[in-house]
Design a protein around this ligand. Sequence first.
Ligand code: HEC
Ligand code: HEC
Ligand code: HEC
Ligand code: HEC
Ligand code: HEC
Length: 440
Amino acid sequence: MKRLLLYSAVVSASLGLSVGAWAVSDPPPTADDQAQIEFLKRHWQTPIPLQGRPPAHFSPMEASLDAEGCAVCHRAQYEDWGSSLHSKSMGPGVRGQTMELIHDDPKTALRCYGCHAPLTEQQEKSVDTGSRPSIFKRHRTFLASPPGVPPNEADAALKLKRNHAFSASLQQKGLACAGCHVRGHQRFGPPKRDGSLENAAPAAQLPHGGAIRTAAFERAEFCKGCHQFERDGYALNGKLLENTYNEWKEGPYAQDGKTCQSCHMPERRHLWRGIHDPEMVKHGVSVHLALDKARYQVGEQVRAEITLANTGVGHHFPTYVTPKIVIRWELVDADGKRVNESMQEERIGREVTLDLTQELFDTRIAPGKSHAVRYARTIDRTGLTLRASVVVVPDDFYIQFFEAVLPKAKTHEAKALLEQAIREGRARSFSLFTQSVVIS
Ligand code: HEC
Ligand code: HEC
Ligand code: HEC
Ligand code: HEC
Ligand code: HEC
C-alpha cells in the first residue's frame, strides 16, 4: 500500500491542469490566443463542475451525458473513440487502484479521476462547495499540493461529501465525449471545417442548441492539462515525470504548426493512436540494421548495429516512463537453437524505479535524433544466423507496478482487476522489427 500511495501522490501532483502556453522567447500572444487560453483555463477546471439541470426543452437524448446518447447523431466520432484508449481510461489497472483509494484516500482518488474520468458525475465524492471559497481558488489549491508533501492547509480544509449525481456506468466510460465537449449542458467544439464559428441555423432550431465553437480545440494546450506536469510538478534528474507538451514545444513540430491533433486526430478523427498501436509507431520511427560484412569465417567477429531514428514522433520516443523498447540480438545455429551466451538485450526508454524515487537511465530519442545499439561476437562455427529484433512493451512499468501492489490489494475485486491489467498489459507487446541474416 505504501508504494501504491507514493506513486499516487506523485502522479496526483500533476493535476494542476495547467494550460498556459507562452515561453519568454515566443512572440507576444495575440488577443485571440489570449482568449483561447483563458477559455481553456475555464474549460479544464477539474473535477469538471456538475452540469446541473438540463434546459427544459432538451429531450432525454440531448440531456444525456453518455457517449451512447451522442452516438445517435455523431456515429463516426463514437466509433473512433470506442477504439481509442481515452474510452478505456477507467480500465482494470486504474479501477483496481481507485476503488480502494476512494475509501482510504479520497482526495487522491479524485485527483486520478481528474484525468481518467473528469466529470463530477463520474466521481463517487464531490467537494463540498461550502468548504471552497471559489471555483478558481479550488483549482489553485485542491489540485496543487506537491508530491510527497501532506496536503496544504487549504487542501486539508476541503471537505468531501457523497455525490448524489454519481453514475457508476458513466465512470466506466472514462474520458468520454462530455468530458471534452460539454459544460453546463452546453456543447463546445472546434470551428467548422471552413473556419467559421457560426452554427448552421439559429441555436433554437438545432439539437442541443448547437455548439459554441472555438479554435482552442485545435491547440496543443487543449491536451496539455493531462499530458504535461506543471512546472513545479514531480521531477527526477531535473526532468518532469510527464513532459510531453514541453518536448513537443521545444521540438521542430511546434514551429511548423503541427499540433498534437495533427498527428493524433488526423482529419479530426477521434483515434488518439500512440505507443499501443504498431502502425502508429512504425509511422513515427525507422529501424535500420547494418552489418560490416555479408559473410564471416569461423574465428572472425560479426559486428552489427541497429539504428532507431525518431523520424515522425512529435516528442521523445517514447515520451513517458512507462513504455520500453527492447532491442534483442541472438545467434542461432543450423538446427534453429540459440547459441549459448549469444543473447544481448538493451532497453530504450526512461527507466525509473517502481517507487519513482530514482531514474536508472534515459535513452529516449528526441525528434529528428537517432540511437544506435551495437552487437559483436566471435563466430565459432559455420551455419550461424544472426537474429535481431525490436520489441515494444507499451505497459512495461505498469506490469511491474501492478505485480508489486497485487499482494497489497485488500479485496477480491481489486485483486482480480489488477490481475486482469497484468494479463492485458503483457498481451499488448508487439514486434516493431525482426530480421534474420545468415552470416556464416
Ligand atoms: C439529436 C442529435 C444530436 C445529439 C444526441 C447530439 N448531437 Fe451534437 N450536434 C448535432 C448536430 C445536428 C450538430 C450540428 C450543428 C451545426 O451544424 O451547427 C451538432 C454539433 C455538435 C458539435 C459541434 C461540432 C460540429 O460537428 O458541428 C459538438 C462538439 C457536438 N455536437 C457534440 C455532441 C456531444 C458531445 C453529444 C453528446 C453529449 C452530442 N453532440 C449529442 C446533433 C446531435
Ligand atoms: C480528449 C477530448 C475529446 C473527446 C473525449 C472527444 N472529443 Fe470530439 N473533439 C475533440 C477535439 C480536440 C476536436 C477538434 C479536433 C481538431 O480540430 O483537429 C473534436 C471535434 C469533434 C467534432 C467536430 C468534428 C468535425 O468533423 O468537425 C465532433 C462532432 C465531436 N468532436 C464529437 C465528439 C463525440 C460524439 C465524442 C464521443 C464519442 C467526442 N467528440 C469525444 C476532443 C474530444
Ligand atoms: C482529461 C484528460 C485528458 C485530455 C484533455 C487528453 N487526454 Fe489523452 N489520455 C488521457 C489519459 C488518462 C490517457 C490514458 C488512458 C489509459 O490508457 O488509461 C490518455 C491517452 C492518450 C493517448 C494514448 C497513448 C498510448 O499510450 O497509446 C494519446 C495518443 C493521447 N491521450 C493523446 C491526446 C491528445 C492529442 C489530446 C488532445 C486533443 C488528449 N490526449 C487530451 C487523458 C487526457
Ligand atoms: C495529469 C493527468 C493524470 C493523472 C492526475 C493521473 N493519470 Fe494515470 N495516466 C495519465 C496518462 C496520460 C496515462 C497514459 C500514459 C501512460 O501510460 O503513462 C495514464 C495511465 C495510467 C495507467 C495505465 C493505463 C491503464 O489504463 O491501465 C494507470 C494504471 C494509471 N494511469 C493510474 C492512475 C492513478 C491510480 C492515478 C491517481 C493516483 C492517476 N493515474 C492519475 C494521466 C494521468
Ligand atoms: C509529428 C507527429 C506527432 C505530434 C505533433 C505529437 N505526437 Fe504524440 N505520438 C506520435 C507518434 C508517432 C507516437 C507513437 C510513438 C511513441 O509512442 O512515441 C506518439 C505517441 C504519443 C503518446 C503515447 C505515449 C508514449 O509514451 O509515447 C502520447 C500520450 C502522445 N503521443 C501525446 C501527444 C501530445 C499530448 C502531443 C502534443 C503536445 C503529441 N503527442 C504530439 C506522433 C506525434
